[in-house]
Write a protein that binds this ligand. Structure first.
Ligand code: GUN
Ligand code: FE
Length: 443
């Protein structure tokens, strides 16, 4: 039986939105990036969605679809939903505070003490509910998250994503050195806790799935890195970690891993660098052979511009990654970063690239379509066919009511640009993940 739901938008139009698998057609001003440097713009266009995937988009509704009901979204914008490729869910309480240290002392003084609290699942639930609700608010429908070392609160976070209907790769963090006792696990515990979660959640096409998450080389002994690599290979799971973020960190990795050619090589030696789909956060100082290996292994950079600013880490060479064909996505990196919105990450990524350009005019700064493409289609490839409105893509989408910002007949491209620069969650009226309308998660 079909289930229908009536929704009232802010301006009281009533829309009929179906939860069924039958075809849905939405009419709106459709904008997305199929190519890196160009927006596709379909004014008053139609998009047909079936079984959670885009069938096609049309300037005029074809006669074969004339009998289908159409949800008319009026003058609103319809765009792909956001993907956050790097965020620390248990650092949510620290968002917007503790900005006075660089990475290594920042971890010891502010981050590890906060993450230690997640041995308490009641504390975890209170914070994680708020975190997932706020991702919903900012229009992020797919998230690649670090949890903590704690198995039970990691499971809780995965269940909250499932309950919300929002996609996520969630990593139980693995660490066993250079951290407080409360966060230090044995290799055996790490393997067994990972395997418990893998047995529960690693299913083909799962909306919420595990990702192998050695925190970074300084937090993991060679034995733990090897165990992580073995888990990734055995269960064919993706990997996430941090790479070449801060110069003191890089020097430390050199001491800890003298046999590795560079930081990236330290992951490669343990099967953690592109043998399965891999995301490395930051890569601010990546160049030379590390860059070459990232291209060869198609390791994705999670570019986190606000984090790089707040922790005084540096300015990642995003233009170089694009030129070299290294995949790139954007991450909020809460709480190194202070802003959860991937729209604002586009703005910061452009601004940081402009500062870098001031120092090196051979690297042109990012354009808006490039930043949008990085945040949507480029990042979305990590989840399969996500981040575009081309046929076959999963329908992850946001409906934007920018009437408040569109006070003087702006073009559709300028309306989108103004929403990205000036808008916020108040302008997002509907959110879809895999074709389903996603309601506000309860906190
Ligand atoms: N490197 C290792 N852990 C972290 C973390 O929590 N945040 C950031 N920004 N870098 C890290
Ligand atoms: Fe991080």
């Amino acid at each position: 039986m079909q289930k229908f739901m009536y929704l009232c938008s802010r301006n009281t139009e009533i829309y009929l939105i179906s939860y069924s698998n039958t075809m849905q057609i939405y009419k709106a001003n459709i904008l997305f990036t199929k190519e890196r440097d160009q927006f596709e713009v379909i004014p008053n266009g139609y998009i047909a969605v079936e079984k959670g995937r885009v069938v096609d988009i049309y300037e005029q509704l074809p006669s074969t679809l004339a009998s289908q009901p159409v949800t008319d979204l009026g003058d609103k914008l319809l765009i792909p939903a956001m993907n956050d490729m790097h965020v620390h869910a248990p650092q949510y309480r620290n968002q917007g505070i503790a900005m006075d240290l660089e990475l290594l002392p920042w971890l010891q003084n502010y981050t590890f003490p906060e993450e230690s609290k997640y041995s308490d699942t009641r504390y975890a639930e209170r914070m994680y509910r708020r975190f997932v609700r706020d991702l919903w608010r900012v229009g992020t429908m797919r998230t690649v998250a670090f949890a903590t070392v704690h198995r039970d609160s990691t499971r809780l976070l995965m269940n909250l994503f499932l309950e919300a209907g929002m996609g996520a790769c969630v990593g139980k963090v693995d660490m066993n050195r250079n951290c407080p006792k409360a966060l230090c696990e044995s290799v055996e515990e790490a393997v067994s806790d990972n395997e418990t979660l893998i047995a529960e959640y690693a299913k083909p096409n799962a909306l919420v799935s595990p990702i192998i998450t050695p925190r970074f080389v300084p937090s993991c002994t060679p034995e733990l890195l090897q165990a992580c690599g073995d888990l990734a290979r055995k269960y064919n799971l993706p990997v996430q970690s941090h790479l070449s973020e801060n110069r003191n960190e890089i020097a430390w990795v050199k001491e800890l891993e003298p046999e590795s050619r560079h930081y990236g090589d330290a992951y490669r030696r343990y099967g953690l660098f592109g043998d399965t789909p891999t995301i490395m956060a930051h890569c601010v100082w990546t160049d030379g052979d590390e860059l070459r290996m990232m291209r060869e292994k198609q390791v994705m950079v999670a570019h986190c511009p606000t984090s790089n600013l707040n922790l005084a880490s540096g300015m990642a060479p995003i233009r170089v990654f694009l030129n070299e064909g290294v995949p790139v996505g954007l991450g909020s990196d809460i709480s190194g970063g202070h802003d959860l919105s991937i729209f604002k990450m586009m703005v910061y990524a452009i601004q940081v690239s402009k500062m870098r350009y001031c120092q090196d005019k051979s690297l042109p700064f990012l354009t808006l379509p490039e930043a949008f493409w990085i945040a949507t289609k480029s990042a979305g490839q990590f989840f399969g066919k996500v981040g575009s409105f081309e046929p076959g893509y999963e329908f992850d989408a946001l409906v934007i009511d920018d009437s408040e910002l569109n006070h003087d007949n702006y073009s559709l491209l300028h309306r989108l640009e103004r929403f990205i620069y000036l808008g916020d969650d108040r302008h997002i009226t509907h959110r879809f993940c895999r074709g389903q309308l996603i309601a506000e998660p309860k906190i």
